[in-house]
Structures are given as C-alpha cells and as structure tokens.
Design a protein around this ligand. Sequence first.
Ligand code: HEM
Length: 380
Amino acid sequence: MTAVLQFLPTDSQFLLSPFSWLAKMRREAAVFYDTEHQCWMVFRYDDVARVLSEWKTFSSKVPQPPEQKDLTESLVSTDPPKHKSLRSIVQKVFTENRVEALAPRITELTHKLLEQMKQHKQVDLVHTFAIPLPIIVIAEILGIPFQDREDFKRWSDGIIARDQTAIKDMADYFRQLLNERRSHQGNDLISDLITAYEGGEKLTAQELVDFCMILLVAGNETTTNLITNSIWSLHEHPDENQRLRNDLSLLPTAIEEVLRYHSPITYLQRYTQVETKIGDQIIPQGQLVRAWISSANHDELKFENGDRFIIDREPNKHLAFGNGIHFCLGAPLARLEAKIALRALLEEFPNLRVDSKLPLKPIPTLLVHGLESLSVLLEE
Ligand code: HEM
C-alpha cells in the first residue's frame, strides 16, 4: 500500500501533472491516513465537499506550528459563531456591486501593464502581468496611497512566504492606515469596514488588521495562478485555444474550466471536532484532514471525462473556491479580474503563444498549483 502512496512533492513532473496519481488515489485509497504528514487524505468529490462544509465535524481552527500562528484568528481560520459575525460584517462591504463597479478601473490597469509588455517580443507573463495585476487591484480597493505601493508589494510577497518581519511591517502599516482613515474617511474598503456594523457589533482594531492581511494572503497568489493557469491550459489544448479565440463569449465558462482543471489551491485542511466516518474509515477526534480540491475537481463520478479540458463544460460545480460557509469571499473579484485580463491579453496579442522551447517550471509546493514563470512570445 505505502508504495502506491509515495510521491515526490517537489518533483516538477508531478507538480505539473498530478492527475494520474490523483485518479489512482480516488480508485485505490480514497480515504487514508498518511503517516508521513500525520493527516487523513481525502480524494473523492463528495467527501471533499463534505469535509469543507460540515464545520461542526471538521473545524477550520487547525492547530498551527508556533512560527505560523500569525493569522490564526482571521476569518478563514474561525468557526461559527465567531465566523458568522465576522463574515456578515465583511460581506456587507465586500459586495458584488462594489466588485462590479471596479471593472473600468481593472480594465485600465490591465491595459497599462499590457502597454509595457508591448515593448518586448517575449516576456515572462507571470512577473510582468499575472503577479502585478491582483496586487495593484487590491491596493486600489483598500485605498493604499500610491507612494506606498512598492512597500505594499514587498510585504504581500513576504506574507505569502510567511516572512515574520514582512508580516509585522504590514500589520503596523495597516494599523497606522486605519488610524488615519478613522479621522479622515475615504471612499475605500478600509473606511467602509471601520464603520460597518452587524447586529450592533463592529470589527475590533485587530480584526480589521487581520482582515486586510487575509485579503492579501487569500487573494493575490491565487488570482495570479488563475491567470497564468489559463494561458497554460490553452497552450496545452490547442483546439480549445482556437475555439476560445474564435468566440470570446466562451470566456466565463473557460475560466470556470481552468479553475476546475488547474485549481489554484490544491488542498485545504480541517481538524476533526468529534469522531467521524468517511467512506469506510473511522477518523478519531482531533485529527488533521486534508481535503484534495484538485482531486475532487477531476473526479469522474462527478465530472464526465474529468481529465479533459473542455472550455464550455456545463454543469461545472467545481470546488476551486471551496464549499459552505467559508466559500471564497473574493470569488466575484477573481472571476472579474480573470475575465478582463484574459480578454485583453487575447485581443491585444492575437499571436501570443507559450515558448515551448523552455521547460515549464511549477511553483515548488503542493499547496498551490501554478507556474513560477511562463515565457510567452508576443509576435509572429
Ligand atoms: C482564483 C482565485 C482564488 C481562489 C482559487 C480562491 C480560493 C479560496 C478558497 C478555496 C477558499 C476557502 C477556504 C476554506 O474553506 O478554508 C477561499 C476563501 C477566501 N478567499 Fe479566496 N480565492 C481566490 C481569490 C480571492 C480573492 C481575489 C480574494 C479577495 C481579495 C479572496 C478572499 C478570500 C477570503 C477572505 C476567504 C475566507 C472566507 C471565509 O473564511 O469565510 N479570495 N478562497
């Protein structure tokens, strides 16, 4: 059995294409205890959907090693009733209308980045476009002054890398910015969060800082990977690429298919509150459970031809944004950014193609799924 379960998390080929291994797991070991990682691995769609949504059994308060205790009190790592009160406050200001209203500004920012790319015949799409766009957009939403944007980018990278100094600097920065906004309200998310009430409750100063930080952690690298993975998927599937280029109205379903096929988040973890059973396995209380989103999204019991990339797949109830009470708050923003970014890329660079002479380099971790760089040719 263990021979079947062994894999090399840093093996490039595996990180680029884990699909046959995941299919094998769904068939032969859909729920098993992995002694190396000391957690239960769960691979089938129905089981993953349940683990993510059944919060009374599977808590989001996952014990963290001391060096990672920084964001344990934030929205994403709490259960009801705390989660419910936090979420209803932030939901009030992070609305679909607010996101929709950003479309013209996101389009403008996108075109600025594309103008810079036009000076070159070949660029690394990840660093010239897919990384800066979500960071600039979130900085705008939060109302980060223009002169602070360089620091802001450095700190957001640091937060993702769990660099303690960057986390502290960013938290100090947000504390200061919140103080300024308390005395001078602006037309931005931070100002609205300061005044947002729910059932007579406001966010505390610490909760405000935590929320700003979690937006960066949850929103930036994931959206970067959605944009990169879209161009990667189209490169891997030339017929679907051509179909999309002939009819850009297919973009919304194509983006959903990228989210399913190359899900930016590979797995999420939960912690059992009580003894429970998944499949034929009894899982005791107090156990770590790893729910494999990337496997659930290829499960052939849920998706016909799950390993095929089909840009107009419908229905497509993938779990890339999670399931249940923690369903991604930023999903409308991520979808909007991806739609604007990809339309602009495909229209402005009709001959854009991946340089297939260079090997694809995956991000060297299992937790997220994307590419470290993606060299693209912009001309014929
Ligand atoms: C393609 C891009 C994105 C993907 C794949 C993604 C994925 C996810 C997933 C899977 C969760 C559920 C976490 C859990 O159940 O433990 C989540 C939660 C969350 N996401 Fe996203 N996300 C993306 C973009 C964004 C953006 C752009 C933002 C905001 C700027 C954002 C903010 C959040 C927040 C605040 C939560 C926590 C919600 C809660 O716990 O109630 N995400 N995201």
